[in-house]
Write a protein that binds this ligand. Structure first.
Ligand code: FAD
Length: 413
């Protein structure tokens, strides 16, 4: 079988892979996208739902946010419940008007796939990349059931168990943290929309209630690290959510549970996001807990930055931007980890704290909660980081003649 070739081989059609492929293709760079899952499985995988302001603005400039902004909801307030108080954090006001968008990840993924196909792109679904090797000129070769694919660059947008990362000399190793608790995750029908995120800091453990759509909500319960889902039947989940979240008549009532899972809580950042012609973006390079809702947002931010670097490199704009990609995005990944870790610390009591010391710890947390709710430098910093103030690196637009020349050179190789 003759090996196929492309300019940029993207592994994984999650948010990072789809945004990257989209921007590259629009600039005229030849791209191939391989995705392990079937299209229906990918388009129905419910995960994130809270999108940063700057990410949506970036998608909007690419014309990728039409349905998101038409059907998504804007959220600028959350509340943190602790010791019977529900403290309102008006982060939209505290940040000077920066708010989230709430739009489920699976809908965004569907929109991105549809836009990519509308532009003439094609995704190879159910086509896992089994391994990535390098040829004699250190160019990547992707191995799939359908044969080999040779590329100028291979980008791992393939999540936490990346095959591209596995091809790095150090397997894109890096510092990790395993938290001393896990989160039981629930997707449930609800009687009315969640109008604001609720975090409950509770003596019996954290609980969270997040918006998704008008009749579906995402819920979290802190459980001991390593806990099995089987230990939690539906009755226990419902009772514990109602108890810790202090659900009242004015809150959404839980209908049927659509999905339950156990999220192993860990943070990880690779030492490197680039090795020669191998690059990483999104969860392939760093995983962050859902606290703070940063994973998908960071994945899109990586893709935006990398798209700009690759376009400049491939279409005559120089190497500087691509050379700076790793440092810029590792810095951003650590900022994200620090934000998520700080929020986790606020939301959870120290592991193993004796019952008689929990109120003391909760009272300390209540002070911190008030500090991020009350106007002041700490509240402003929290609000801006939480809602995603600022801008993502935007990709340059290139003349199509130049782009076409690069694309045909790659195909001729
Ligand atoms: P992924 O979305 O994981 O995509 C990787 C893709 O690569 C997958 O489609 C996979 O099938 C494919 N793939 C893997 N291996 C191969 C292979 N060998 N060959 C081909 N394809 C392959 N983030 C937020 O920003 N906000 C939130 O509110 C939020 N909430 C979350 C709630 C939960 C319960 C969970 C689990 C996560 C949440 N996240 C949130 C995190 C977010 O979902 C991820 O960070 C995001 O999906 C990362 O995007 P990605 O494109 O890097 O990777």
């Amino acid at each position: 079988m003759t090996p196929r070739s492309t300019t940029v081989a993207v592994v994984g059609a999650g948010p990072a892979g789809l945004v990257l492929a989209h921007v590259l293709r629009r600039a005229g760079v030849a791209v191939t996208v391989h995705e392990r899952l079937s299209r229906p499985a990918l388009e129905n995988a419910a995960r994130a739902g809270v999108l940063e302001h700057r990410v949506v603005e970036y998608l909007r400039t690419l014309g990728l946010a039409d349905r998101l902004t038409a059907e998504g909801e804007r959220h600028g307030r959350c509340e943190i419940a602790c010791l019977g108080e529900k403290v309102l954090v008006d982060y939209g006001a505290l940040s000077g008007g920066i708010r989230h968008w709430v739009y489920p990840q699976q809908l965004l993924v569907r929109d991105l796939i549809a836009a990519y196909e509308r532009d003439g792109g094609a995704i190879a679904f159910e086509s896992p990349v089994e391994a990535v090797t390098l040829d004699d000129a250190n160019r990547p070769v992707l191995h799939t059931a359908g044969g080999e694919l040779r590329a100028e660059y291979a980008v791992g947008c393939d999540g936490a168990h990346s095959v591209v990362a596995a091809a790095f000399a150090d397997r894109a190793d890096g510092p990790t943290r395993r938290y001393p608790y896990d989160w039981l995750t629930v997707l449930a029908r609800i009687s009315r929309p969640v109008d604001k995120i609720r975090y409950a800091v509770h003596a019996d453990g954290f609980a969270g209630m997040m918006p998704r759509t008008a009749d579906v909500g995402r819920f979290y319960l802190e459980v001991p690290a390593g806990e099995e889902l089987a230990a939690w039947d539906e009755r226990r989940i419902r009772a514990e959510l109602a108890h810790r979240l202090e659900l009242e008549g004015s809150d959404p009532a839980l209908g049927g549970l659509l999905e339950t899972g156990m999220l192993r809580m860990r943070g990880r950042v690779a030492h490197r996001m680039r090795e020669g012609r191998l690059l990483l973006a999104g969860d392939a390079a760093h995983t962050v807990t859902p606290s703070g809702a940063k994973g998908l947002n960071s994945a899109v931010a990586d893709a935006a930055d990398l798209a700009g670097g690759l376009i400049a490199e491939l279409l005559g704009g120089g190497s500087a931007r691509l050379d700076g990609y790793q440092q810029r995005r590792l810095d951003a990944a650590w900022q994200t980890q620090e934000f998520s870790d700080r929020l986790l610390d606020l939301l959870h009591l120290p592991a193993g704290l004796p019952a008689e010391q929990r109120e003391f710890a909760l009272r300390l947390r209540l002070q911190r909660i008030h500090r991020i709710a009350r106007p002041g430098p700490e509240a402003t910093e929290f609000a801006r980081a939480y809602a995603g103030a600022g801008e993502l690196a935007a990709a340059p637009v290139w003349p199509s003649a130049q782009a076409a020349a690069v694309a045909s050179a790659a195909t001729a190789r």
